[in-house]
Design a protein. Sequence first.
Length: 651
Amino acid sequence: MASPLSIYFSPYSLARPSNNQTRNRQNKAIPPRNLRKNPNYEHKTRTTSRNLPLSSTSGGEATTFTRLPPKDDFVDSPFDSTFQSPAEVKLSDSTITQTPNKNVSKAKNELENDRLRSEDEEIDGKLAFDYGNFELFEINSDSDYGSDDDLGDEHNNDEMLGFRDEEFENKGFEEEGEEEEEEDKEKQKGVPAVMRCFDRAKIYVKAGDGGNGVVAFRREKYVPLGGPSGGDGGRGGNVYVEVDESMNSLLPFRQSVHFRAGRGAHGQGRKQNGAKGEDVVVKVPPGTVIREAGKDGVEGNELLELLHPGQRALLLPGGRGGRGNASFKSGTNKVPKIAENGEEGLEMWLELELKLVADVGIIGAPNAGKSTFLSVVSAAQPTIANYPFTTLLPNLGVVSFDYDATMVVADLPGLLEGAHRGFGLGHEFLRHTERCSVLVHVVDGSSQQPEYEFDAVRLELEMFNPDLAEKPYLVAYNKMDLPEAYENWVSFKERLHIRGIEPFCMSAVKREGTQEVICAAYELVRERLETKKEESWNGPSNLNHVADMMRKQQTAPINEFEISHDSASNTWHVDGAGLQRFVQMTNWRYMDSERRFQHVLEACGVYKSLIKLGVKEGDTVIVGEMEMVWHDASDNSKTSKLRKWSVDSIK
Ligand SMILES: Nc1nc2c(ncn2[C@@H]2O[C@H](COP(=O)(O)OP(=O)(O)OP(=O)(O)O)[C@@H](O)[C@H]2O)c(=O)[nH]1
Ligand SMILES: [Mg+2]
C-alpha cells in the first residue's frame, strides 16, 4: 500500500539542529504550536495514558554560599572544666551589657543597637573575642568592593572560594536588578537576603547523547558481497551524584552549574562500535536533598536524599547508541542502507538543598549565648555580639574529647515566637534542627522571664514539626555570671524540676559549666546512636530509582500515543514518548530511513487512528519533530510525487 504521509521539513523542523549540534539543545520536544491555548483545539483521543517526562526548566540562578568554618578550624579545643559555684561569681568581673528591651520601638531599637555595638567593641576587647569578618555580612554596604572588572575576573577564577567569594557575592546581589526585587520580597518577609544563598543551589545536568550508528559495507579482496559492516554508536555517559564527606557546603556550585556527561563515540566500519561517553559525577556534601527544579515558585518533586559519605546514585542514564547498518541486516534486507542517530541524553535542572547533619544543635532565643557556647566548646569562631540575630547562618564546630571521640555541633540562628510561621529566621532555622540528633537549648538567664522564653522556643519547635519536640534535649541556663541570671536560677530550676527536666547552669563567657553541658550532650548522642544502630545505614541501598524512572519513560512503547487536532490550522499532533524517541533517532540521511519510518507509523496504529478520527487530504500531521502532509493512499500518483519531493528536501 502506498504510504499516506509525505514528509517535509517545516520551518519549525528546519530549526532542528543537525546531528552534531544536538548536544546543545535545551528541549527534547519543542512544543510546535501553542495548541492548548487555542480555543479551536480539540482533544480527540487518547490511546493510552503515559507518564509525562520530568520537566526541565531553562536558566537558573546559582545561589549558594556559606560561612561554615573551614575544616582547618576543627581542631581540639581546650576545656576549662573548673566550674565556680555561683557564690564565687564576682559581679565586678563582668562588664557585659544586657540584651536591649525588645518592646521599644523599632527606631529606638536601632539607636540602642548602635550604641550597644559600640559598647560591644569595648567589651569584646576585654573579653578578647575575635570579631573576624563581621562586616562581611552587611549586605547593603556599598563600600569596600572592587570594580565591575574585578568582579568579572573573580568569577572567572576557579579558586574563588571562601572569604572573597562571599564578599563578591554580596556585591553581586546589589548589582543584579532582578535579584534586588527578590531581595526586597525576602526582606519583607523578614528573612535576610543572605539566608537564601546559604545552602541551596540550582544545577543543570545532562546525560551524554548516544553516538550515531553508521552505514558501511565490507570491501575486501576475495570477499565478494562482504555485507553490511556499520558499527553501532557508543552509549552516552551517565550522570551520577555522590556524597563527598570532605564537602560541607554547596558553595562549589556557585562556580560550576552545568554538568554534562560525554557523548558516545560514533560507530565505524568493520563493525566497530563506538566507545562509551565519559560519565560525570556531581559531588555533594552529606545531607543533600535533591529535587527536580520547581516552576512558578512551586517546589519540585524530591528525587533523592543523600546522607552518608560514599553514597552514589545514578541520576540520568546516558542515551543509547544508534544502531549501525550491520544491526539491520535481515533475511529480507541483506544490504540495509540505514543507521540510527544516537539517542539524546536526558537533561534537567535540579535544586539542591543542604540540611545540616550535626550531632548536636544549639538552639535558643536570640542573644542567649549560643555562639559563645560553641566558641567555648570547639575551635569554631562564630561571630558573637550583643544583639539579636548575630548568627544568620549555622556555624559548625567539632568537639573533641580526650578519648578520641568527636562530635559535630551546630550553632543555629536564634528562634523567635512565631518562627514556625516564618517570623525571624523562621523556617530557615527550623529546617536545620531537623537533622540534629540532640538539641542543647540555651536559655538566657538574664532575660526578664527565662522560663517563658524557654517555653516559647519549645512551642515553636513543636509547631514546626512535632518530631523536633521529641528529640532528646538538655537545657543550659546561661549567663550565670550576671546577677539577674543568678537570682532567677533557683526558681527556674525548681519550675523545670516539677516538669521533670534537670537543667544545667553555665556561664559561657567565663567557660564555667560548659564542659558539663557538652559532656551530657555527648552522652545523649551516644544513647541515641545505640538506639538507632539497628536502623543505621548498612551499605548502599538502591539509589538508582530516579534513573529507573527515567529509563522507563525513555523506553515507553511506541504504540502509546495520543492524538490531538487543531481544527483552525488542520493540524494533527501525534504525541508519545516512544514515537518521539523514534523520530529523534531516525537518521534521514539514509535511503531506507523514510520507508522504515512510514512502516513503523503504520505498524503502531498511527495511520489507522488518524483515519478513524477523520484526517483529510492535505492536513498537516506532526509526529515528534517531524511535520508531514497527509495524502489519501488511493491517489497514488500524487503521493509518490510528493514523497519524492520530501526526500529531496531531506537530503
Ligand atoms: N555575661 C555573659 N554574657 C554572655 C554569656 N554568654 C554570652 N554572652 C553575651 O551575650 C551576647 C550574645 O551572645 P551570642 O553568643 O552572640 O548569642 P547568640 O545566642 O549566638 O545570639 P544570636 O546569634 O543573635 O541568636 C554577647 O554579647 C555575649 O558576649 C555569659 O555567659 N555571660
Ligand atoms: Mg549566634
